[in-house]
Each structure stands twice: as C-alpha cells, then as structure tokens.
Design a protein around this ligand. Structure first.
Ligand code: UDP
Length: 234
C-alpha cells in the first residue's frame, strides 16, 4: 500500500490518498483544539491513543453488525479506511447532561436521562455547528429523510454497544459525536470514536477521562489518553 498525496487536513486528523482507489489513510495528530479552535495545543501521544482506541471500537462495532469505514490499523498513528462522502451533519447522542446541553438549557451536569437523546448539528466551522432538526437537514439537502432515519437508528444502536462495552471496563459513556458517510449506496459510520469525540467518566470515581481535561485544564491530559488506550485495550 503506497501512501500518496494529502487530500484533506482537519484539526486533529489528516487524510492521505493511497494507490488503491476507494481506500484512504486516516492519520491521527497530537494537535488538540477546543472552543471552535480558540484553544490550541499539542497533547503528546493523543494521536496514537485515538488511533488505537478508534481501531478497537470500530472493530467492536463491526463485530456487532454496524458497518464502518474502518479497514485496518496500519501503524501507531494511522488506519486504512474506506473513502466515503462525509454527510455534513454531526450526530450527538447523550445519556447524561454535560457540555453544550447544560450551557444551552441551564441545567447541571450529571442528570441521567431515562432514554438517550439524539441531536444533529450542521458540520460547519464557519457557522459554529448550529443545531439542526430533521427538516433543516432535509431542506439544506444534507441528507434525505431515509438517511436521517437510518442515522438516528444506527446512532442509538451504537450507543447500546458502546455503553455495554464501556460498562465492562468501569466507564460511563456520557455523550458522543458520530459522523456518517456514503459509500457504494450505503450510509456507514466514519470519522473516529475517541476521547476527543466522546465524554467518558470513571464509574467509581466519576473522574473525567476525555477531552474535557484539555478543554478545562483539569490536568493529567496526556495520562488520560494513555489510560483510556490501556483500559480499552486498543
Ligand atoms: N463533539 C465533537 N465535536 C464537535 C462537537 C461535539 O466531538 O464538534 C462531542 C463532544 O466531545 C462531546 C459530545 O460531542 O462528547 C457533545 O458535545 P457538546 O454538544 O456537549 O459540545 P461541547 O461541550 O463540546 O461544546
């Protein structure tokens, strides 16, 4: 597999072309950003941790019947993935109140919901990822009604699989963000699943084990990514 030119560079990842038509390389960087890119730093070892964690979680989801873009882990920082057309909608699942939910609705962190919530936002740095409902997604032609239904169903299935797995290693899944892409007429899970895109709390101590440690300068940032990689066994 020969690595070719850089196709896209985002805040935390780079996509490279390969000599195989519909496969690309997803490279995980140590760069960390928060608050719309206002806070920036390097978190040593984050790229390796997120690549290993995402590889492990995509493998778990595939085993449970969820189609993903994941092909295989290539090396410590890179995975081989299917080249998808990313749907420009972020899907967020919440089990417990945190982050923007608390800010938006003025509620405390840590309220356990009786059923998970699914919400969508427009994947646009320029417009700061505004919340969208199904109708907005449809009229903006970001996805069809059938695709939205499929994404919501898959997001909730993924939540059940992740909650069960993380519970077995003493971790609570608070919330997470997913991105889906179109591939050969199907909608499949893409992007990453990592402490950058999820909130994880230790079941016993309630210690935050995710990017909130970076966002709010809580300390142990590098150590937390390394610990999560170890606990997940990526
Ligand atoms: N999230 C993400 N990318 C985004 C927005 C959110 O990965 O652009 C993740 C975030 O890490 C958290 C979940 O989605 O696990 C819910 O984020 P929230 O809406 O609470 O926003 P935040 O507090 O990060 O501003």
């Amino acid at each position: 597999m020969e690595k070719r030119e850089k196709l896209y560079e985002g805040k935390a990842k780079i996509i490279y072309a390969t000599d195989v038509n519909d496969l690309v390389i997803q490279h995980f960087k140590d760069d960390a950003t928060a608050f719309d890119g206002v806070k920036k730093d390097t978190v040593l070892g984050k790229g390796v941790a997120n690549n290993n964690i995402s590889s492990k979680l995509f493998t778990l989801l595939e085993k449970e019947g969820i189609k993903t873009h994941f092909e295989k882990k290539l090396n410590e920082n890179e995975m081989l993935v299917k080249s998808v057309e990313i749907i420009q909608v972020e899907t967020i699942v919440r089990n417990i109140s945190a982050g923007s939910f608390c800010r938006k609705y003025g509620v405390e962190e840590g309220i356990v919901f009786d059923k998970p919530t699914v919400e969508f936002s427009y994947k646009s740095d320029e417009f700061h990822d505004p919340l969208m409902n199904d109708d907005h997604i449809r009229v903006m032609k970001l996805a069809t009604e059938a695709e939205i239904d499929e994404i919501r169903t898959k997001a909730l299935q993924i939540n059940e699989i992740l909650k069960k797995f993380f519970d077995s290693i003493g971790i609570i899944v608070v919330d997470f963000k997913l991105e889906f892409g179109r591939y050969k007429g199907e909608v499949i899970l893409a992007d990453e699943i990592s402490p950058d895109t999820c909130r994880f709390w230790d079941k016993e101590t309630k210690k935050k084990l995710d990017k909130d440690r970076f966002r709010f300068d809580l300390g142990d940032v590098e150590e937390t990514y390394a610990e999560m990689m170890k606990r997940i066994g990526g």
